[in-house]
Design a protein around this ligand. Structure first.
Ligand SMILES: NC(=O)c1ccc[n+]([C@@H]2O[C@H](COP(=O)([O-])OP(=O)(O)OC[C@H]3O[C@@H](n4cnc5c(N)ncnc54)[C@H](OP(=O)(O)O)[C@@H]3O)[C@@H](O)[C@H]2O)c1
Length: 264
């Protein structure tokens, strides 16, 4: 049975804008079209911006009026306080058939320095906390919440081609994505009952995309992103999130695998 015909608890980090927002709306749409019309399901989303979360809440209520929505401002790179807030957020008062966490929030790190020029240990630590450590802490909190329940669990890491292919000018991004992918692979082996997925959504026109296009110290990278934008040779967030919904609905992927949108 499709997960969207069951009572679901979904957790999405970075739900305020870009791809995370598209994922939150796509999940709500799937639930609204499911047998329960979203009744009894929960969506939890985080970001640092209350205003953007408020506007998301309005949109979600329109897409799936029966869905319970909990949105919270969290600074994910502050791992200690974030874990506390998140433990509170993932406290589940009801039983769910399915629970899924989508680790979407992320950053590119400082795009203005090369490997050779990297001297700012504090900035590197902050980027690794946001992109790697927070995922580990949130994911542990999520899994422990549902330990010893019969709930079917999904863990989705929003990854990138850059987890498996080195890109000049993006050393922090590449290493963070590679580390996250490997964590998911290890998790799939440790927890065979948890459905684990590394999903590479393709290039999408978001703030992150624009940051790389304008701030990379490499002119070839700036040019290739500008070309993609001019030619619109990217994937829209809505189209990519719809592909992800298809993967979750079919639920046939190998747990721990890295699936790129261009593989489908
Ligand atoms: N765009 C692409 O071409 C592309 C391609 C492959 C993979 N991806 C991946 O897709 C995911 C989403 O990227 P995007 O393109 O949608 O980027 P985006 O538009 O920059 O959005 C990033 C999201 O992460 C949240 N976030 C960033 N820093 C945060 C922090 N310190 N604490 C809490 N939340 C934080 C942001 O929320 P607030 O700013 O509201 O707090 C926002 O919701 C990322 O993992 C990215 O690597 C993107």
């Amino acid at each position: 049975m499709s997960i969207f015909n069951q009572k679901c608890a979904f957790f999405v980090t970075g739900a305020s804008r870009g791809y995370g927002r598209a994922i939150a709306l796509a999940l709500a749409k799937e639930l609204a079209e499911g047998e329960l019309l979203g009744e009894g399901s929960l969506l939890v989303g985080t970001s640092r911006c209350q205003e953007r979360l408020d506007s998301l809440k309005e949109e979600l209520a329109f897409v799936c009026p029966k869905l319970v929505v909990r949105l919270r401002c969290v600074e994910i790179s502050d791992v200690a306080s974030m874990a506390e807030v998140f433990c509170d957020l993932v406290k589940v008062e009801h039983a769910y058939d399915v629970a899924a966490i989508v680790h979407n929030a992320g950053s590119a790190g400082d795009l203005t320095v090369s490997c050779l020029q990297q001297t700012d240990a504090g900035a590197v630590q902050k980027a690794l906390d946001l992109n790697i450590n927070s995922l580990l802490q949130l994911n542990g909190a999520f899994l422990r919440q549902f330990e010893s329940t019969p709930t079917t669990l999904f863990v989705v890491n929003i990854t990138s081609l850059l987890a498996v292919e080195a890109f000049p000018g993006l050393h922090i991004y590449c290493l963070a994505k590679a580390a996250r992918d490997m964590y998911i692979k290890v998790l799939a082996k440790e927890q065979p009952s948890v459905r684990c997925l590394n999903w590479a959504p393709g290039p999408m026109p978001t703030d992150l995309f624009d940051e790389i296009k304008t701030q990379s110290f490499r002119s070839d990278i700036r040019d290739s992103f500008a070309k993609m934008a001019d030619e619109k040779s990217f994937v829209t967030c809505a189209a990519s999130s719809s592909k992800l919904m298809g993967l979750l609905r079919d639920n046939k992927f190998e747990s721990g695998s890295h699936i790129d949108i261009y593989d489908l």
